[in-house]
Design a protein. Structure first.
Length: 504
């Protein structure tokens, strides 16, 4: 390979050669940018990307996130012909099963959204699930949702294909170059200092995975994420396993199962996770694994055997444990840093980075090009984050919960249980005595409703009428017909300054 010339000045620098950095580079070249340099500490994919399970699901919590994942799936379908490199992408479908009426309701709501967005899906009775895959134990299954165009990919090959396509479009990729600091003048990012010298750049894009938090913090930018251990096991080869075995998700049991080159891979989103790298991510971490923890993982393997009894006779070939980044609200972070212009961020992918990379890369490239996001991506906009969330104890505590949330019930009004009580109003105790049921908003404990005398101030989550319906009615009527005093401590306040600012 020819020696790549190292620039001292460029239009765009991308930090990090995982799936996200490579997707951003590719999409920038699609917009006509040529002066794009991606800097990777070691080798492409060496952080988290190389060991991902590679599930490509498209149905997300909101319509915009679903559209972005649909785009990713379409891109991966075409990526081999775009780049000339095989990716391992296949659309073998995905099947999610419900073992409770509430989960069944959740799946059916998801199917309505999918249909509205033109994403093919079929709701299945237990008998139909058995027809689709006779290996599945349907005894405790209420129903299922099948998405035929979902699938899986090889994360390393897909990232290399994105990198190849980016190179073909004019981008330059430098491996073995570490960014040691971000350069700035006042509140504008101006470049990077690297192990090979300084590069001045008009825009800097931070796609440094779990390393991003500390690098951003060094220039006063809040990128709250914490790594957690993430587990899967791979069986020995299973004779006769069909290669079109759909990805199987059993969220009530916190597990997924996918076909992996004639073997099965069983992964878990356990409700109590193990945060990792609290004091920083080792600088030399590269294609590394963490020690397996069989006591932690075994209960989920047992649940997988219950769902797919064929696993009982399969030997385990690999116990895998690798780190991934999680954010306080389980959503990734995209966009320009609010307090450091020209520094863009795409990081904190909560175990959906492979399936999000296409859409996230496209949106960020357009954001960089136009100076504003091309669509409403407030769910993942970096500006929603607050400096207090940089607190490591807060991040550690929340990460214990956030990994598992992907497969927990996505109840309306669901409140996090960890890292609570971070910000309290001076009236907190009095509100509590008055029966407040608190929710959390930007870290504040906010009274969401007040319990009646004798009622426990606690959410009973439901897709139906809420247990606080009458409490809310009572408060509403009191406000309409009498006088109500609201504690506004947890609400945003804006200071309007300047010659034309005045009280009206
Ligand atoms: C066990 C497991 C299973 C998973 N399964 C799935 C799945 O099925 N589907 C899915 O969508 N996602 C899955 N994921 C998540 C997915 O792997 C990640 O979300 C994704 O790889 C994150 O990509 P990234 O580019 O942000 O991070 P990374 O891949 O970590 O890339 C960041 C890169 O930045 C480089 N870097 C850091 N600091 C610097 C610096 N200062 N200078 C230069 N370079 C730097 C690093 O070396 C690294 O290569 C899984 C994750 C795990 C751990």
């Amino acid at each position: 390979m020819p020696q790549t010339e190292f620039p001292s000045e460029t239009e765009i620098v991308i930090i990090g050669g995982g799936v996200i950095g490579c997707s951003v580079a590719f999409h920038l070249t699609q917009l006509g940018y040529r002066d794009v340099h991606l800097l990777e500490r070691r080798e492409l994919t060496c952080g988290t990307t190389w060991h991902a399970a590679g599930l490509i699901g498209q149905l997300r919590a909101t319509s915009n996130m679903t559209k972005l994942s649909q785009y990713t799936s379409d891109l991966y379908r075409d990526l081999e012909s775009i780049s000339g490199y095989a990716t391992g992408f296949k659309q073998n479908g995905s099947l999610s099963v419900a073992t409770s009426e509430a989960r069944w309701e959740e799946l059916r709501r998801g199917s309505d959204m999918a249909r509205n967005l033109g994403l093919a899906c079929i709701t299945l009775s237990p008998d139909h699930i058995e027809e689709l895959n006779p290996q599945i134990n349907i005894k405790d299954v209420v129903g299922g949702l099948f998405l035929p165009s979902d699938g899986q990919t090889n994360p390393i090959d897909t990232t290399r294909a994105l990198a190849a396509a980016a190179r073909q479009g004019g981008a330059t990729i430098h491996e073995g170059v570490t960014v040691t600091s971000i350069l700035k003048k006042d509140d504008v990012a101006t470049g990077v200092k690297t192990s090979k010298g300084e590069i001045f750049a008009k825009k800097i894009v931070l796609c440094g995975g779990m390393w991003s938090r500390d690098l951003a913090a060094s220039v006063g930018v809040t990128v709250p994420l914490h790594a957690a251990e993430h587990f899967y096991a791979v069986t020995e080869p299973i004779p006769g396993l069909p290669t079109n075995f759909p990805v199987l998700r059993d969220p009530d049991n916190c597990i997924y199962i996918k076909e992996d080159a004639g073997k099965l891979l069983i992964g878990a989103f356990e409700p109590i996770a193990k945060p990792w790298g609290h004091d920083g991510i080792p600088k030399d971490f590269s294609f590394d694994e963490l020690p397996p923890d069989l006591d932690h993982f075994e209960p989920f393997l047992m649940k997988a055997m219950h769902r797919l009894p064929a696993l009982e006779n399969a030997g385990i070939h690999t116990w895998f444990n690798g780190p991934e980044s999680f954010t306080p609200d389980d959503r990734y972070m995209l966009g320009e840093a609010p307090n450091l212009s020209n520094l863009f961020v795409a990081t904190g992918f909560n175990s959906v980075g492979i399936q999000s990379a296409g859409g996230a890369g496209k949106v960020l490239a357009e954001w960089i090009s136009k100076g504003e996001p091309p669509m409403d991506v407030w769910d993942v906009d970096i500006r929603r984050m607050h400096p207090f969330q940089q607190n490591k104890a807060y991040l550690y505590d929340r990460t214990i919960e956030s990994l598992g949330l992907l497969y927990q019930m996505h109840w309306p009004h669901r409140q996090p249980e960890t890292a609570r009580g971070v910000r309290k109003s001076p009236l907190h105790d009095r509100l509590s005595q008055a029966g407040a049921c608190f929710g959390t908003n930007t870290g504040w404990e906010r009274p969401n409703w007040f319990a009646h005398k004798g009622q426990v101030a606690k959410y009973e989550y439901s897709y139906g009428r809420q247990n606080w319906f009458d409490n809310s009615r009572h408060e509403h009527m009191a406000t309409r017909e009498n006088v109500t005093l609201f504690d506004q401590t947890s609400f945003s306040k804006y200071r309007v300054e300047g010659p034309d600012a005045r009280h009206s």
